[in-house]
Design a protein around this ligand. Structure first.
Ligand code: ATP
Length: 355
């Protein structure tokens, strides 16, 4: 069992409070991603977990035991950083073996463990090479090999893929997740990249300004964002958020934008007169000949498989994504429909989800 519990965690650097009252639990064997914009505190929380940063308030427990005062070396964790920090004068084998050699593990056992890690990481053919003769992705794998041979209770990753190009990042996402599924070691992974979070996590902890905005599976976070911040942070291209007031039109609740009344979901709890934020994901906007709303095309981007549109809708910039290649150009008038059941509604004052 290697649960990680955060109980009322706070952090101050001198007089500056950067985190307050963070409480949540990571179940054993889970892959949890701490996600948030730069400066939200995710690295600080990870470093407190590792013991590299003191804890100003609250308690961190691993496998039920308080670790606040335990030295990083004795926490039974292994951390992989953004910079791989390999020893340049050592071969891949020795880089991976280093921590075992320090612990005076028997040479044949070291060989067995390094070879096993190399096999998991597809590094078997590279054990005699030096870091300078490796690609960025291979170096990152060596860094992971060093973590694997320690068989820790918990893996901690701090933006491990930031230095890789987009294609390699995609491959390594898959490989890190595959390793997790093979070893089932509890993993905490820090990133500001929502794609990494969405594709790798069992659970995402969305952070902002030293607070937790939402915890949930990738599907929960995408399908039911708890507030405007999460809705805006998750999803690419990002969600359209329009402000307005609830009215009744032909017996149905709508949010008025200029001439158009945007339909609210059938069973909404939004009250007439309530100030709302109306969220529509670009993929949920259906462009066609007929539609309840219309606007002028301001910009068209063809990505190959999809057409990304910016539509001027009564002075608001609405992004829509259509499958395939639409024959539209800047200045065209376009109709669109929004399925009201796919709309995300937030109260304008609290910015919290309603319904
Ligand atoms: P990034 O993705 O940019 O690394 P982050 O979400 O990981 O951001 P942290 O590095 O945890 O954010 O920083 C959280 C806050 O704490 C920031 O406001 C940062 O300026 C502050 N901070 C971090 N380390 C220190 C420090 N050693 N001294 C003072 N302030 C710090």
């Amino acid at each position: 069992m290697a649960t990680v519990e955060y109980d009322g965690i706070g952090k101050s650097f001198g007089p500056v409070k950067v985190m307050e009252n963070i409480s949540f639990t990571i179940d054993t064997q889970k892959f949890v991603v701490l996600l948030g914009p730069s400066g939200c505190g995710k690295t600080t929380l990870l470093r407190m977990t590792a013991g590299l940063e003191t804890i100003s308030a609250g308690e961190i427990r691993m496998a039920g035991e308080r670790v606040n005062e335990i030295h990083p070396r004795d926490r039974d964790i292994a951390m992989v950083f953004q910079t791989y920090a390999l020893y340049p004068t050592m071969t891949v084998f020795d880089n991976i073996a280093f921590s075992l050699q320090v612990r005076k593990v028997a040479p044949e056992e070291i060989k067995r463990q390094v070879e096993e890690a190399a096999e998991i990481l597809n590094l078997t053919d590279y054990l005699k090479r030096y870091p300078k003769a490796l690609s960025g992705g291979q170096r990152q794998r060596v860094a992971m090999g060093r973590a694997l041979v320690r068989h820790p209770k918990v893996f901690l990753f701090d933006e491990p893929l930031s230095n890789l190009d987009a294609k390699l990042r995609g491959q390594m996402r898959f490989e890190i997740r595959r390793i997790h599924d093979r070893l089932n070691t509890t993993t905490i992974y820090v990133t500001h990249d929502q794609i990494e979070a969405m594709t790798m996590a069992d659970e995402i902890v969305v952070m902002n300004g030293g607070r937790i905005e939402q915890i949930g599976t990738p599907e929960e976070i995408y399908d039911r964002p708890a507030n405007c911040f999460v809705a805006d942070f998750i999803g690419s291209p990002s969600i359209n958020l329009l402000k307005g007031i609830v009215e009744r039109q032909d017996g149905r609740a709508v949010m008025r934008v200029g001439e158009s009344g945007l339909h609210l979901p059938e069973n909404t709890s939004a009250r007439e007169g309530q100030s709302l934020v109306y969220g529509m994901r670009p993929l949920d906007i259906e462009v066609g000949d007929s539609g309840e709303a219309s606007g002028t095309v301001e910009f068209v981007e063809n990505t190959g498989a999809e057409t990304h549109l910016h539509i001027n809708f009564d002075g608001h910039d609405i992004r829509a994504v259509a499958q395939g290649r639409l024959r539209v150009k800047t200045g065209d008038r376009l109709n669109f429909t929004i399925n009201p059941e796919k709309v995300h509604l937030f109260d304008q004052t609290s910015e919290k989800r309603i319904d």
